[in-house]
Design a protein around this ligand. Structure first.
Ligand code: EPU
Length: 369
């Protein structure tokens, strides 16, 4: 990690210009319904949409929010809001996309680096990289959310996760205003995990992310669902755009569009168990879907476990608005008027049922506030 700049955002140092700036940006008693993809109708004591590092510093320095907890939302696509927040909620809207010029980095001729502001919508960014002739991220098409949220949970789909193509990111320390650069090792990426999800990690607000894409491209089509679509389309030698289109088709067929039905993608992580537990489970449940990991453990398909417990398409009661999606049991939905509390109650019932039948405890993937 290296420090690029520093400017502590303590209130005592805030100048008149900063104060006026923050005044415009800080909104009291802000509705969050449109700020979270579940569409939960809750409010925050203060909210601000910031489109530059300077705006972010000015808001963090404002005396009205001194001492308040700070929550950062990108697209609000990986969060469960269970009630009003006595907090400052920040929507990060830093924009800009560019190909990093060779003079800015050591260029080994084998990769191209692309950079985007944390507030860039993820899917449009992936689409743009392909239009620039810089493939690599196409398996991650149509994932909701922003570029800045992507490293937080190391988004992944169809055999790729962003850690595979990550170069560096910049983030602001919300306490001091310092901006730091994180490389791949600093981020401590894991399955749907990073340093930013671990204790102390919430201190960093991501401003921009740079990806390193290999100039030698090869399609990654091993994932069964994806390969099926490519075969049906008679794509024997797919282009990056063919993969992108096929991923979009698979996701649209299986996953609800958050603009239509409130959801936060996979609600649970796929649990990883040791080889002994897998062997005894496999003997009892011959249909078990499990993927061997490089460390000898097995990752189970949580969607299958939930499906086997009969939850697909169901809620706790017949008329419940919090329901399991009818085409992918790993996704919980707000079909209209559900609260975060309703969704968490449904999740708790699912966790209990899966634990009772399979002896495996599911863990929620989104952040619960
Ligand atoms: N399955 C069922 N019933 C279901 C759901 C799944 O039997 O209701 C079975 C499927 O038939 C398949 C297996 O379970 O054999 C795995 O399902 P799927 O391929 O849909 O993938 P997943 O493991 O459920 C993960 C990611 C998704 C990502 C897909 C594709 C997690 C938590 N989820 O889901 O990510 O799109 O793989 O790579 O790792 C997200 O994180 O929000 C997300 C959607």
């Amino acid at each position: 990690m290296s420090v690029d700049a520093s400017s502590p955002p303590d209130a005592s140092r805030a100048g008149d210009a900063d104060r006026a700036f923050a005044q415009d940006l800080l909104q009291p008693d802000i509705p969050l319904k449109d700020w979270n993809t579940f569409g939960f109708d809750v409010r925050a004591r203060f909210g601000a949409t910031v489109d530059s590092a300077e705006a972010l510093r000015a808001v963090l320095r404002d005396t009205r929010v001194a001492g308040l907890p700070v929550h950062v939302l990108g697209g609000g696509s990986n969060i469960v809001l269970t009630g009003d927040l006595d907090a400052l909620v920040l929507r990060i809207a830093l924009r800009g996309r560019s190909i990093v010029s060779a003079s800015d980095v050591v260029d080994d001729g084998r990769r191209v680096r692309v950079q985007a502001g944390a507030g860039e919508p993820w899917h449009a960014f992936v689409d743009w990289t392909l239009a620039q002739g810089c493939p690599g991220l196409e398996n991650l098409a149509l994932i909701p959310g922003t570029v800045g949220a992507a490293p937080v949970q190391n988004i992944g789909a169809y055999g790729v996760e962003i850690a595979d193509f990550f170069d560096t990111l910049t983030a602001m320390d919300r306490q001091t205003g310092d901006i730091r650069r994180f490389d791949c090792a600093d981020c401590r990426f894991g399955y749907r995990d990073s340093v930013f999800k671990q204790p102390g990690g919430e201190r960093w607000i991501i401003l921009s992310v740079t990806f390193s894409l290999p100039k030698q491209w090869a399609p990654r089509r091993a994932y069964a669902d994806l390969d099926k679509v490519l075969q049906a389309r008679q794509c024997t030698a797919p282009t990056p755009r063919d993969i992108f289109d096929a991923v979009v088709a698979v996701r649209q067929a299986k996953l609800p569009d958050p603009a239509v039905i409130g959801n936060a993608g996979s609600f649970f992580k796929n649990p990883v168990i040791d080889a002994a537990q897998w062997a005894s489970l496999q003997a009892r449940e011959p249909g078990l879907i499990a993927y061997p990991q490089t460390d000898g453990r097995y990752k189970l398909a949580a969607g299958w476990l939930i499906d086997q417990c009969g939850w697909k398409g169901r809620g706790i009661a017949a008329g419940s608005a919090a329901r399991v999606h009818d085409r992918q049991a790993l996704v919980l939905t707000n079909t209209g008027g559900a609260t975060g509390h309703d969704v968490m109650q449904l999740a708790a019932c699912i966790v209990d049922d899966v634990a009772a039948r399979f002896g495996v405890r599911l863990e929620a993937e989104p952040l619960v506030l």
